[in-house]
Design a protein around this ligand. Structure first.
Ligand SMILES: [Zn+2]
Length: 433
């Protein structure tokens, strides 16, 4: 495939509607391409034309509005900015619900000729033990349909409603893997069960966004418990403080969440349920059979170690080609239908302690990692707080940005195979516009 060499950087601030408009305007070309590509993909997987997709997607509007109306406003803004209808933006934000529900409906046929979506991701987190030094790390290879290489963006969000965050995401969608200024990081994996029937509820990508609005891992669990989820998914969450939890979710309410704890500070997940008992039937290995070997390779590298893995240990792991083309560094299977072919679209490694996000565009065996630093936004101080009381002898010192709660980080930033592009957020944004 033709591989672009950079991921465009989208930077937004303001109210939810303003942020959405900025997102839609800056990423208009990529949002349109997403809509065009999913028009073909949904026809392939679900047999639906675009009007049917829009009608189905509209059923998710009310659950999103009840949960977080600001997210719907943001989607309205994206649509306005990109010159699309809200129904188009809703449609790509529920692409998981459309595609995996179509898969689940065909599972009883147990025929290999049904569409096989590419497996979506190999993910990990490493957190230090209490009172032990070390950085909290989380990341993943994001594997998806080949067109996503041309629609992915790095979205940097400065917001008043929650912590600022950065996410590597398909243009027009609310969120994917990322981290926020509170020190919380998120990786994620697709899962599918026989309960994934596309019933209206909270969509996967809306919940990803809700997790990135959380300041603690406990907040994130509570958010996932807060409503009825439409689809299965895995949410692998860690925090700079050392807390970490993997939450497997099946469609439904809080009774269908299955939290898993780190072992020796390490969480690993691919594309099938690991909890010993879940209510619905897990179809994940049937839908995404490469998941088993990718988990085996993650375990081989990151468990039974004497010392915690560092960034330098993770980079070669994310380039692992065991079981090629289905490995952790996933490449297209030339035997598959073009809409079933997948590859690693982006590789993301986050140092939550330093608020550093390293990302490679495409297969990390070929692409260098670039660095995004989630620096604190300048504090906006109300004028009343700057007013001097009567009789004050001099002005108070100017309140500068709060320092990040940096802890000792044993490993230096990785030295990528090819020269890395290191840039501040502003410099990155400036260079890529
Ligand atoms: Zn590779």
């Amino acid at each position: 495939m033709t591989k672009p060499t950079t991921i465009p950087h989208v930077r937004v601030a303001g109210t939810s509607l303003q942020r959405g408009r900025q997102y839609g305007t800056q990423a208009a070309g990529r949002v349109h391409r997403s809509v065009q590509e999913y028009r073909q993909v949904f026809a392939h997987y679900a047999g639906w034309d675009w009007e049917t997709v829009r009608r189905e997607a509209a059923r998710f509007e009310a659950p999103i509005a009840d949960f977080r109306p600001a997210y719907l406003q943001e989607m309205r803004g994206i649509a306005e900015g990109a010159g699309l209808d809200l129904a188009d933006v809703l449609a790509i934000n529920v692409r998981t619900e459309v595609m995996y529900a179509a898969m689940a409906r065909q599972a009883p046929l147990a025929a290999r000729q049904v569409p096989q979506p590419p497996a979506e991701c190999s993910a990990f987190a490493v957190v230090p033990a209490p009172s032990r030094p070390g950085a909290a790390l989380v990341g993943q290879n994001w594997d998806w349909l080949l067109h996503a290489a041309h629609t992915v963006v790095v979205l940097e969000v400065r917001q008043d409603e929650g912590p600022d965050f950065v996410t590597v995401v398909e243009a027009g969608l609310l969120a994917k893997t990322g981290m926020n200024a509170a020190g919380l990081g998120l990786a994620t994996n697709a899962l599918v069960t026989d309960a994934d029937v596309g019933a209206p509820g909270l969509p996967y990508h809306v919940l990803l966004r809700a997790v990135l609005d959380c300041e603690t891992v406990t907040d994130a669990l509570a958010v996932l418990q807060a409503g009825v989820r439409s689809s299965s998914a895995n949410y692998l969450i860690a925090h700079a403080s050392g807390s970490a939890l993997d939450i497997e979710a099946a469609p439904g309410d809080f009774t269908r969440l299955y939290p898993l704890l780190p072992e020796a500070g390490v969480l690993l997940h691919t594309n099938h349920f690991l909890a010993p008992q879940i209510d619905p039937l897990d179809l994940s290995l049937w839908a995404m059979p490469s998941s088993a070997v990718r988990l085996q390779r993650l375990r081989a590298a990151l468990t039974a170690r004497d010392t915690p893995p560092t960034l330098d240990d993770l980079r070669p792991l994310l380039r692992d080609h065991a079981d090629h083309p289905f490995g952790i560094c996933a490449h297209p299977d030339p035997r598959a239908h073009r809409y079933d072919q997948g590859a690693t679209i982006a590789s993301v490694v986050m140092d939550l302690t330093a608020r550093h996000l390293w990302y490679a565009h495409g297969n990390p065996c070929q692409a260098p990692y670039a660095l995004f630093e989630l620096t604190p936004a300048p504090k906006r101080v109300p004028a009343t707080e700057l007013a001097l009381p009567p009789g004050s002898p001099s002005a108070p010192p100017c309140p500068g940005p709060a320092p990040l709660p940096r802890q000792s980080t044993p490993a230096p930033p990785p030295a990528p195979a090819a020269p890395a592009r290191r840039a501040s957020a502003a410099a990155t944004a400036a260079r890529r516009r």
